[in-house]
Design a protein around this ligand. Structure first.
Ligand code: PA5
Length: 428
């Protein structure tokens, strides 16, 4: 179950403002359902849940388990929607230290030569058994032409070609059915391929092979993730009141002039999820000079950097807390004598409990400081709940963007830096 608690945001919005935004949200949801809003040709992220393809889940599971048996390192090479979803789920559901199975590393999400050179050096070092590392590479690019990804892929596959006699099992490409440079390479070299459906855009693609293969390689149950999203889809089709109220209050706050929505969490393993949300919302709503800037923060860490601003700075922000109800560790505070550090008052308290009190204190302080606060709570942090969370936010994003009057599914602004960059690089 996922609870969306809007009461600490609702207090900043009049009934009239809320009702007017709620009507807009209802209309927006109808547009999504009836596929008659802007960008309706990109609603495939819903179709894949209304009509699940078990065969692809099985195929991905099979390949992932073969990779897990053989790989020391699995590289996810992609940028934006082509890697943020996988990274968010993997970070949320695997250990902070010493993960089981292949080490999942990322490339293609920037153009740092230092990073790439160090990555290649690292790949060339022996594994813990003193043998050459077994490396697999999943390049993910819907367009197949994104420079950051394509360039990293070239360097990595060239390095791999020098190491291994056969690359076809080791390189997996996830891309569009047709077109793009990646498809040319697949045809030429016979690399394995997974298709990104045409009607699913990058940031809405985590539940396609884009996200599912890396997630499965990390040892996460992709059926639970996928079917968690399917159940959320089904329940929201029946009753979307909670979602509409959320979209409505966020929209009403935007209309009042709130310019920043800070996604925060007290669970560091959810930092990546805040990053996925940042992209999902940022690239979807930030157009036509509209939208709230989605920021992210991890608490308590950032309470000691951004906390001051959130409490007392410019009042143009709202905050969305991502929480988990169930305990994620059994660690407790033990009494100590002498009590020089003065911490014995916490004796017997679990870190989960202490962290929860920090959350409650913070949301209450920020609300009192004039920040509308929303809390989104997953009952447990597992694949099923994360699947539900992913779909919930995909739908919130679509509905809220339609309320703003923008097309959620394109990103014309991203092209501007590319044009300038290509010109400077002398691309024909
Ligand atoms: O959401 C999006 O569409 C973008 O963030 C893309 O995922 C990102 O630009 C990467 O594009 P591509 O997969 O074509 O390399």
């Amino acid at each position: 179950m996922i609870e969306v608690e809007i009461s600490r945001a609702r207090t900043f919005v009049t009934d009239q403002e809320f009702d007017s935004s709620y009507e807009k949200a209802k209309q927006a949801f109808r547009q999504v359902q009836q596929k008659d809003g802007e960008g309706a040709e990109w609603l495939g992220w819903r179709t894949l849940l209304s009509d699940p393809n078990d065969a692809i889940l099985e195929q991905l599971d099979g390949l992932a388990s073969a990779i897990r048996d053989d790989a020391d390192v699995f590289i996810v090479c992609g940028i934006g929607g082509s890697y943020l979803g996988a990274r968010a789920v993997i970070e949320a559901l695997t250990s902070f230290f010493g993960q089981e199975g292949p080490e999942v590393l990322y490339a293609g999400h920037h153009m740092s030569g230092k990073y790439l050179a160090e990555l290649i050096d690292y790949l060339g070092t022996p594994n813990s058994d003193g043998e050459a590392k077994s490396v697999y590479l999943n390049v993910i690019s819907k367009s197949g032409t994104t420079l950051e990804t394509a360039l990293s892929f070239r360097m990595l596959r060239n390095w791999m070609a020098d190491q291994y006699d056969e690359l076809n099992d080791r390189i997996i490409c996830t891309t569009s059915a047709e077109g793009g440079a990646l498809n040319k390479l697949i045809e030429e070299h016979g690399y394995q391929k997974f298709v990104i459906p045409d009607d699913v855009g990058g940031r809405f693609s985590v539940l396609t092979p884009v996200g599912l293969l890396p997630i499965a390689v990390a040892g996460i149950d992709i059926r639970s993730l996928f079917y968690g999203a399917v159940s959320k889809y089904e329940s929201l089709e029946k009753n979307a009141e909670q979602l509409l109220a959320y979209a409505a209050v966020k929209h009403a706050l935007y209309e009042q002039g709130k310019a920043i929505d800070i996604f925060t969490t007290f669970e560091p393993e959810l930092h990546g999820l805040c990053g996925w949300l940042q992209q999902l919302l940022g690239e979807s709503e930030g157009k036509d000079h509209k939208g709230m800037f989605p920021a992210k923060a991890t608490f308590s860490t950032d309470l000691h950097s951004l906390g001051q601003f959130i409490q007392e700075g410019t009042r143009n922000i709202m905050e969305t807390f991502l929480c988990v109800e169930s305990r994620n560790s059994r660690l407790k505070v033990e009494a100590q004598k002498p009590n020089h550090d003065g911490l014995n008052y916490l004796e017997g308290r679990s870190f989960h409990d202490i962290n929860s009190r920090a959350f409650e204190g913070t949301i209450s302080a920020h609300h009192e400081g004039g920040v509308p606060c929303i809390a989104v709570t997953m009952e447990k942090l597992n694949a099923q709940h994360l699947g539900a969370f992913i779909y919930l936010y995909e739908l919130v994003t679509a509905v809220y963007c339609y309320c703003l009057g923008v097309n959620p599914f394109n990103q014309p602004g991203v092209e501007f830096y590319k044009k300038e960059m290509y010109q400077l690089l002398g691309k024909q």
